[in-house]
Design a protein around this ligand. Structure first.
Ligand code: GUN
Length: 293
């Protein structure tokens, strides 16, 4: 069994990005600029956004955090989005989700100009992805592909089983791994809560992408010898007696699955480490006008 170390890979990519920024600045250009909009005080969202902003600073990107209270009106938030759309000093921006219930997330996402949608959440970017056109890929699928590329994981002709069909992980990674490309050319099955015989699907998988949000759902008895496991889950489970009172775990039961796996991503320290890096890679692409010329 080999562990796919997301921390080490993320560090390497950050160093590469930092070098790119230095080159841009040395040539008289300006550093890529990411803006993040955070509404309310949700603790998890605050941590995620702080990570994104800090990561920008670490590698020499410019970043701007725009905060609004939880009771901000939808029209005021849409105004913030419009201003960022027009701001030539901002290359790309994100609106952290979830938004408070009185705000329609779809309307907000649709208001972001696809050219600046470095989260890849706008249907224009999703549609372009599905058609194999240049686009911003959502961060987690992009992180999975980058990990596969860097570790030269073979996907052609392989049986990939994805569990979970969300718009930001399961569905896009299913599309991406079945396209005619590398990584890709795989035979993909997307499983979900209504799938019958889920364990039979899992047992014939050469590669499993677990993104269902159920702690330690995939057990050793459900996988075949030599399987490659990408665990996207980040779950908090109670851990009495520990300092924090909880521990983090994935959607895969690492202890029983890892002895059978040829490669496996741990949680924490696996593919999650690459999500922020993917956002930074998209921001660099935005600054270079690589996707939308
Ligand atoms: N909430 C959880 N993940 C994400 C993400 O990748 N982008 C945004 N905007 N919100 C999120």
């Amino acid at each position: 069994m080999n562990i796919l170390d997301g921390r080490q890979l993320a560090k390497k990519i950050r160093a590469e990005l930092s070098e790119e920024v230095n080159k841009i600045v040395a040539a008289g250009g300006r550093a890529p600029h990411l803006a993040a909009v955070l509404v309310g005080e949700d603790p998890a969202s605050q941590v995620y956004v702080r990570n994104k902003v800090r990561s920008c600073e670490k590698i020499g990107f410019r970043s701007t955090l725009i905060r609004r209270p939880a009771d901000v009106g939808e029209s005021e938030l849409l105004d913030v989005v419009r201003q960022l759309n027009e701001d030539e000093a901002v290359d790309g921006f994100i609106v952290q989700l979830p938004l408070p219930r009185h705000i329609n997330e779809e309307r907000v996402t649709l208001a972001i100009r696809p050219e600046k949608d470095v989260d890849g959440f706008h249907p224009v970017n999703f549609g372009r992805m599905a058609q194999g056109l240049p686009c911003y890929l959502p961060a987690t699928p992009a992180g999975i592909l980058e990990m596969m590329r860097r570790h030269e994981i073979q996907t052609e002709g392989r049986e990939v089983v994805v569990i979970g069909r969300s718009n930001i992980v399961g569905t896009p990674i299913g599309i991406l791994l079945s396209r005619k490309a590398y990584p890709g050319n795989a035979t993909v099955t997307i499983c979900h809560s209504r799938t019958r015989g889920l364990e039979d699907h899992l047992r014939r998988a050469d590669i499993i992408v677990a993104a269902i949000g159920i702690p330690e759902f995939v057990k050793g008895s459900m996988v075949k010898e030599g399987v490659v496991v990408i665990d996207v889950g980040i779950n908090r489970v109670e851990a009495p007696g520990t300092e924090k009172g909880y521990r983090l775990c994935g959607d895969v039961d690492f202890d029983s699955v890892s002895p059978k796996a040829s490669l496996i991503t741990p949680v924490p320290g696996g593919v999650g480490q690459l999500t922020v890096v993917s956002l930074l890679m998209n921001t660099l692409k935005a600054a270079r006008r690589e996707i939308y010329v």
